[in-house]
Design a protein around this ligand. Structure first.
Ligand code: GLP
Length: 243
């Protein structure tokens, strides 16, 4: 694992954007696996700036997203399709036909089949990851058993709590989500995790312990050949990580 300690959130966003920029410049028709959440927002903003001001070209890039809430229409402001359009796709020269976010409404089983079909046909060059406070990746929640393929997850209480800030009330937070499985994530050629904020426990397990723990899916990064972790200095110091 390569660990990049960033000065602060903005610096982390730039350093993560550097990794994506290098890939897009060397392979303009690459496929990016993307993530939602507040962790990658700064990086998306920086990529949009580089697209506009520095000609970083996304016209041939394809994307596939990690997950989507079950029950939210793509037009719902908290759906992950809306998030991606709003935070990235509307601000770069990507062809939206080349972007895929799993469907959250309609027949869940059919949506999962479609998601898996897309994943089977796609080689992800780089997968962006945030991490949940409980160590979840995408929506792969901690558990004795993790799943390889895309599937439906029941969200943990701590995940519902963490995501309540985006909704009017806790009751409005969906209880289920569809997510790439751990296998789909691990198959990406490169993993790029951005970790900041109140993720002490997950960060400690990932960077300070030598265990692969299904109760903290983020620890699976330790098994990947090319995983890059961008962590804020403050958080690195809190957990006692030294570069
Ligand atoms: C959601 C997403 C995850 C994301 C997590 C952390 O649960 N499904 O993919 O990593 O939020 O979000 P944040 O970056 O806002 O802390």
């Amino acid at each position: 694992m390569k660990v990049i300690v960033a000065e602060n959130y903005e610096d982390g966003a730039k350093k993560a954007a550097d990794v994506i920029e290098a890939l897009v410049r060397s392979n303009p028709a690459c496929t990016l696996g993307l993530a939602t959440g507040s962790s990658p927002v700064g990086m998306y903003k920086e990529l949009a700036r580089r697209c506009k001001e520095e000609g970083l070209d996304f016209s041939k890039v394809h994307t596939v997203n990690l997950d989507e809430y079950v029950g939210l229409e793509p037009t719902h402001p908290q759906s992950y399709r809306y998030f991606m359009d709003d935070n990235l796709f509307n601000h770069i020269n990507i062809d939206k036909a080349n972007t895929y976010v799993a469907k959250g409404t309609g027949d869940v089983e059919a949506n999962i089949r479609e998601f898996n079909k897309i994943l089977d046909q796609t080689d992800i060059d780089l997968q962006v990851l945030g991490v949940g406070p409980d160590g979840h990746l995408g929506f792969n929640e901690p558990g004795a058993v993790l799943y390889e393929k895309a599937h439906q997850e029941t969200l943990e209480d701590s995940t519902i709590d963490a995501n309540t800030r985006f909704f009017e009330s806790r009751d409005e937070v969906p209880r289920f989500a569809v997510t790439m499985g751990m296998g789909s994530i691990m198959k990406a050629k490169t993993l790029l995790m951005i970790i900041n904020g109140n993720k002490q426990e997950a960060a400690r397990k990932l960077l300070m312990e030598d265990r692969i723990d299904p109760m903290c899916p983020a620890t699976f990064l330790r098994l990947h050949r090319d995983a890059v972790v961008v962590i804020e200095k403050e958080l690195a110091e809190e957990i006692g990580y030294k570069a």
